[in-house]
Design a protein around this ligand. Structure first.
Ligand SMILES: CC(=O)N[C@H]1[C@@H](OP(=O)(O)OP(=O)(O)OC[C@H]2O[C@@H](n3ccc(=O)[nH]c3=O)[C@H](O)[C@@H]2O)O[C@H](CO)[C@@H](O)[C@@H]1O
Ligand SMILES: C=C(OP(=O)(O)O)C(=O)O
Length: 416
């Protein structure tokens, strides 16, 4: 187990380039199974989850080469339909291999996926959508056995705009006969990136980024070269870290449209933000103010993945803030560690009330999930004294070179 040791109280100042998005690269890697060809993918972030997905693809029969942040995946060989449980349980995105394998092989066996422990996270909407496309599903002893003798396009109305379900249905529908329409689809930028990757390969998909996605089945796909979109959650985390230390930072390689929900809230708190075409600068002149209400929502609402980091920031803002977590049922595990650091936070169900304190104090805390862990790093950066964050393997799932990047902009953080 590794840990970060942070000496708080230093302003972070400088420039960081944002890596490709974890939640984009993982479904796109799964999608490389479809074309049975070579796929060259640039700006792949060096993350634990990406390593696991590469391992999974190799076991399934793909040839994978890594050259810096470019990954070349050749899926022209024979592909297996059974996905090993131990790796599937290590992350959430492994479940999109289901749609990809059904598309390519018309069958797949996979267990229930892992990922951050932030609530029950069922996959009923994935399975319901796949069944509507004609997939026969049997569950036994935790394994889902799927067969898709005859995938047929149809209209699917999602009860909730689930990111993973939207991705799985898109993947399964690429070769389905006729037209598939997904209504109430997730609108996240990572879905649009998946569409863009698949269309470059010859798929006929439109509407990603809106509630209605249309997929016209095609017969075959071609090799692709693609660059992953910048990670809006990583960008948001660095902006929050900059704000929490009253710093002065510039982020490069960001899509400004994708980070608008964070920009709006940071401005409400009193941060000064200036946007360029693909960059954003943040500085802070006065003490930050509380934010009346933050309600996490599907995109373009405020992202649940930044709920924990912004809570760390609000723990030191002037006044009382309210955060309502509407997406996941149990995403406040970081609260007890923030309280250990001196924060005044009360939680009732999905609502957290944060009364800003003048200071936070360094403490020994534990990263219990990916973004909760990032929040504790943010808190450590702006706390007095030393903070030790244990179990940082969770953070490795989603942040490339986290402490190295923070060091490069003046943070006192080491990995042990
Ligand atoms: C790898 C990846 O891309 N992860 C992201 C993805 O997770 P993920 O794809 O798991 O998130 P979903 O959008 O599917 O889940 C949102 C909500 O819908 C519920 N639900 C989902 C599917 C289903 O079949 N039934 C069901 O009830 C979930 O329990 C949750 O309460 O989107 C989340 C919401 O933006 C982000 O926090 C995650 O970082
Ligand atoms: C919840 C997250 O990841 P996952 O869905 O992979 O668990 C996240 O990225 O914050």
């Amino acid at each position: 187990m590794s840990r970060y040791i942070i000496q708080g109280g230093r302003k972070i100042e400088g420039r960081i380039r944002i890596s490709g998005a974890k939640n984009s690269v993982l479904p796109i890697f799964a999608a490389t199974i479809l074309n049975g060809s070579e796929n060259i993918i640039h700006d792949c972030p060096d993350l634990k989850d990406m390593e696991i997905m590469i391992e999974l693809l190799k076991i399934l029969g793909c040839n994978v080469k890594k050259e810096g942040n470019t990954v070349i995946i050749d899926s022209s060989g024979e592909i297996k339909h059974e996905v090993p449980d131990s790796l599937v349980r290590k992350m959430r995105s492994s479940i999109v291999l289901l749609g990809a394998l059904l598309s390519r092989l018309k069958k797949a066996n996979i267990c229930f996926p892992g990922g951050c422990d932030i609530g029950p996270r069922p996959i009923d909407l994935h399975l319901k959508g796949l069944e509507q496309l004609g997939v026969k599903i049997n569950e036994s002893h935790g394994t889902i056995f799927c067969e898709a003798p005859d995938l047929k396009g149809t209209e699917i109305h999602l009860d909730y705009p689930s990111v993973g379900a939207t991705e799985n249905i898109i993947l399964a529908a690429v070769f389905a006969k006729g037209i598939t329409i997904i209504r109430n689809a997730a609108k996240e930028p990572e879905i649009a990136d998946l569409q863009s990757f698949l269309n470059k390969s010859g798929a006929q998909i439109s509407g990603a980024g809106t509630n209605n996605i249309r997929i016209e089945g095609v017969e075959s796909l071609n090799p692709v070269e693609h660059t992953i979109i910048p990670d809006r959650i990583v960008a948001g985390t660095y902006l929050i870290a900059g704000a929490a230390t009253s710093g002065n930072i510039e982020l490069e390689n960001v899509n400004i449209e994708h980070i608008q929900p964070m920009i709006a809230k940071l401005k409400e708190s009193g941060c000064i933000l200036r946007t360029g075409q693909n960059s954003v600068k943040l500085n802070v002149k006065n003490k930050l103010r509380a934010i009346d209400t933050i309600r996490t929502l599907p995109y373009p609402g405020f992202p649940t993945d930044l709920q924990a980091p912004i809570m760390a920031l609000l723990s030191k803002a002037k006044g009382t803030s309210v955060i309502i977590e509407t997406v996941f049922e149990n995403r406040f595990k970081h609260v007890e560690d923030l309280i250990c650091m001196g924060a005044n936070i009360k939680v009732d169900g999905r609502i957290a009330v944060i009364r800003g304190r003048n200071k936070l104090m360094g403490a020994n805390v534990i990263a219990r999930d990916l973004r909760g862990g990032a929040a504790l790093v943010v808190a450590g950066l702006c706390a007095e004294g030393t903070t030790v964050v244990e179990d940082i393997e969770h953070i490795d799932r989603g942040y490339e070179n986290f402490h190295v990047n923070l060091q490069s902009i003046g943070a006192d953080i080491i990995r042990e």
